[in-house]
Design a protein around this ligand. Structure first.
Ligand code: MRU
Length: 363
């Protein structure tokens, strides 16, 4: 995608420098900084501190982490994968990517592992970008139909209003994104889209990352507080919701950033279509009951009690927004039951959020 008019991806192997490069997402939107990852430890840290985040991107970062460990001569692929797997528990793409790496390296002699791991990590990155582009094409068709229908009913309509939660844009993947890919493709095809961006407390991925991505692409958008969506839906100001997913069960339950469930409930109550865009690697076909079975990450209380932004001197700084006297809980994700999901947009097409429909793409 574009940053200041230049094409860029979120992660790549820098051949001349022989290191992995990422965009440090903890510095956005105020600072755009590319940093190097040179070791397994740095790959783990980048995932836990959320310099990289978003389900598909943490999977690809883990794959490069395996390569960096092999290059440094780590003996046990299994131990390396265990370390990477422990960084974040909810997004299944992390485990998916590590299974690909571990099984590909199982029979490779030690001195060849580094080269093989790099080829595979590069391939997984390419495949992720291609999958997200295809998600964009399938989702674009849904947006086009919705826009045509809206125009038939209200010829005076100026735009199609789409609500999204968190950041499921290109920053959350290698390129294109999941929930935002259909929006990018629709915008490039000339459909006038306007995006309601949930700020997504506590880490503000919506206000900091999604809004920044949309600015870069010149797409009309408005940042709203997380609780505004229901009100907008009651007033007919949301035509559809599109969100991403960190793990989706074989029965179509969707785990995504905390607050997604409440948006789905409001959408259901107001007859607003609620779409979830995801690569097939996000579907955990071993699970059937999302609420009971998906592990929900709990993060540090500081993410709730403090906020990051620019101070009066333009320095990126953290301020405390509440007293230390109150207890804080910080659940990172929630589960939206399949019955609230209109459809799942994948690289293989659009599927109903149910076991029968998803069986067509089960491995
Ligand atoms: O905690 P994060 O920022 O990694 O959470 C990201 C999300 O919840 C995204 O919506 C999800 O990973 C889908 S990414 C295409």
């Amino acid at each position: 995608m574009q940053v200041n008019g230049k094409s860029i991806r979120t992660i790549w192997f820098d051949e001349p420098a022989q290191c992995v490069r990422i965009i440090d997402q903890t510095r956005l939107p105020h600072h755009f900084e590319i940093i190097a990852i040179d070791s397994l430890e740095q790959a783990c840290e980048a995932i836990t501190t959320m310099q990289v985040r978003g389900a598909p991107l943490i999977g690809i970062t883990a794959a490069y982490g395996v390569f960096l460990a092999m290059r440094a001569g780590h003996e046990s692929v299994t131990q390396v994968c265990q370390l990477l797997r422990a960084t974040r528990p909810t997004a299944v793409n992390l485990q998916w990517a590590l299974i690909q790496m571990e099984s590909a390296l199982a029979t490779v002699p030690r001195q060849e592992r580094s080269a093989v791991a790099l080829v595979l990590a590069n391939r997984l990155a390419e495949e992720d970008a291609a999958a997200c582009s295809a998600i964009g094409d399938h989702g674009h068709a849904l947006i086009e139909t919705a826009w045509q229908k809206k125009r038939e009913h209200s010829p005076e309509a100026r735009c199609l209003n789409i609500l999204t939660h968190c950041n499921a844009g290109w920053l959350a993947t290698v390129d294109w994104g999941t929930a935002l890919a259909p929006i990018y493709k629709a915008h490039r095809a000339g459909i006038p889209v306007h995006v309601w961006v949930d700020e997504t407390r506590p880490r503000n991925q919506g206000a900091f990352l999604t809004a920044w991505e949309l600015q870069q692409e010149g797409i009309a958008h408005t940042v709203i507080v997380d609780n505004a969506g229901g009100h907008l839906m009651q007033h007919g100001d949301v035509d559809m919701c599109i969100v991403g997913s960190d793990r989706t069960t074989a029965s179509g339950d969707v785990c995504n950033k905390i607050g997604t469930y409440l948006k789905a409930l409001a959408a259901f109550d107001n007859d607003v279509p609620f779409y979830v865009a995801l690569p097939v690697s996000t579907i955990d076909f071993a699970l059937h009951d999302g609420v009971r079975e998906i592990p929900i990450e709990q993060r540090h209380a500081h993410e709730v009690s403090h906020m990051q932004g620019l101070d009066a001197l333009g320095q990126l700084t953290k301020i405390q927004v509440m007293t230390e006297a109150s207890a804080v809980s910080n659940y990172g994700f929630d589960v939206t039951p399949a019955r609230l999901v209109t459809a799942l947009i994948t690289e293989k097409g659009v599927f109903g959020a149910n076991k029968e429909s998803l069986q067509a793409i089960a491995p």
